[in-house]
Each structure stands twice: as C-alpha cells, then as structure tokens.
Design a protein around this ligand. Structure first.
Ligand code: HEC
Ligand code: HEC
Length: 156
C-alpha cells in the first residue's frame, strides 16, 4: 500500500499536463475510498458458444450462472458439465485437463485445481469494455503475413 501511494505521488507530479492515470473500473475515487461498482444488469444468456481467441483460452460462458451453488458440498456446474451428465444436459463436458492433478495424473473426479469454475470461466454482459484491446489472434496474423508482398514467394 505504501509503495502504491508513493507511485501515485510520482505519477501525479510526473504527468502534470497529461490526463491523470486512474483505474477505469473504479474511476477517480481515491485509493482509500471504497467505490460502489455498477450492478451487472443483464447477463448474456443466448446459448451461443463464442470463438476462443487462442487455443488455451477458457471458453466464456454463454448462459446465466446466478444462483448456481459451487462450494464444498456441491458443484452445480458439474451437474450439467460432467462426462456422465452430458447426454441429459447437452452441455459440453469439461475436457480431460479438468481431471488432471498438478503432477499430470488423470483422476476419476474433477481435479481440485479446476473445481471453482468461475476462476477461469466468466459469464458475459453487454457492457462497453473499459480498456481498449488490440489483441489479434493467430489467424489474422497469418493472413497479414500472407498478404505481405515480402512473403509472396513463401508457401503458407
Ligand atoms: C443446466 C445445465 C447447466 C449448468 C448448471 C451449467 N451449464 Fe454451462 N452450459 C450448458 C449448456 C447446455 C451449454 C452449451 C451452450 C448453451 O446451451 O448455453 C453450456 C455452455 C457452457 C460453456 C461454453 C463452453 C464452450 O465450449 O463454449 C461454459 C464455459 C460453461 N457452460 C460453464 C459453466 C459454468 C462455469 C457453470 C457453473 C457456474 C455452468 N456452465 C453451469 C449447461 C449448463
Ligand atoms: C484453472 C482454470 C480453469 C478452471 C478452474 C476450470 N476451467 Fe474449464 N477450461 C479451462 C481452459 C484453459 C479450457 C480450454 C482448454 C482445456 O480444455 O483445458 C477449459 C475448457 C472448458 C470447457 C470446454 C471443454 C471442451 O472440450 O471444449 C468447458 C465446458 C469447461 N472448461 C467447463 C468448466 C467447468 C464446469 C469448470 C468447473 C467445474 C471449469 N471448467 C473449471 C480452464 C479452467
């Protein structure tokens, strides 16, 4: 905290003319004050699976998850997303990585490393992103490389 305060002082004096740096999610409220985040109004619930931006991305959740119990007694997500429930629920069963422990052993039950699903998978909301994102996926990079005349002689 002390370090953050020091850094705050440096940026405040260092960039006097430019727009002061602040966290877009909490606004200009001072560090020691608590802000009231806006309520997420209307989670996306269209059941349309989204493209993953890269192969290792945890897919985002295309359905509502409010009220789903995930604690030491019960995992509501696995009530639909486990291997054996897929036929009834028509949910995509969790992949093999979700059954592996940190030593690479494949377990019979969901691994504790993957128990709390929303650590990695998130529901979506029709909100404007706070921060501009210039990420390009590998397909668009390949396409750009192919369109570059310098690479014309190379085969894809
Ligand atoms: C009632 C059954 C059910 C429950 C409970 C459920 N899901 Fe799903 N889930 C589905 C179905 C069915 C789909 C396929 C798309 C759709 O219909 O929404 C899906 C899709 C997904 C996907 C997208 C997978 C992909 O490859 O794009 C993720 C991620 C996901 N669910 C995570 C969760 C998490 C995390 C929870 C618990 C918080 C959860 N689900 C609870 C039925 C369920
Ligand atoms: C530590 C992060 C992490 C946690 C926790 C986690 N997942 Fe995943 N999940 C991933 C990643 C990364 C992928 C994509 C690569 C893969 O399959 O491992 C994925 C893939 C999936 C898929 C798509 C599987 C497929 O074959 O297309 C579903 C469905 C899913 N997870 C559901 C869940 C559910 C339900 C839970 C909770 C029981 C959960 N995940 C917990 C990271 C996580």
């Amino acid at each position: 905290m002390a370090l953050m305060l020091c850094l705050g002082v440096v940026t405040a004096t260092g960039t006097a003319s430019a727009e002061p740096l602040y966290d877009k999610a909490r606004g200009t409220a001072p560090l020691l004050e608590t802000t009231k985040p806006p309520v997420l109004g209307n989670p996306i619930n269209d059941d349309v699976r989204r493209t993953r931006n890269y192969a290792q991305q945890p897919p985002v959740i295309p359905h509502r998850i409010d009220g789903y119990q995930v604690d030491k007694n019960f995992n509501k997500c696995m009530d639909c997303h486990s291997r054996t429930k897929a036929e009834v629920s028509q949910a995509i069963p969790v992949s093999i990585t979700h059954y592996q422990d940190r030593d690479g052993n494949t377990l019979a039950q969901i691994s504790t490393r993957r128990y709390f699903c929303v650590q990695c998978h998130v529901g979506q909301d029709n909100a404007t992103p706070f921060v501009r994102n210039t990420f390009q996926d590998v397909d668009s990079l390949l396409l750009k490389a192919l369109q570059n005349p310098a690479n014309a002689s190379k085969k894809p």
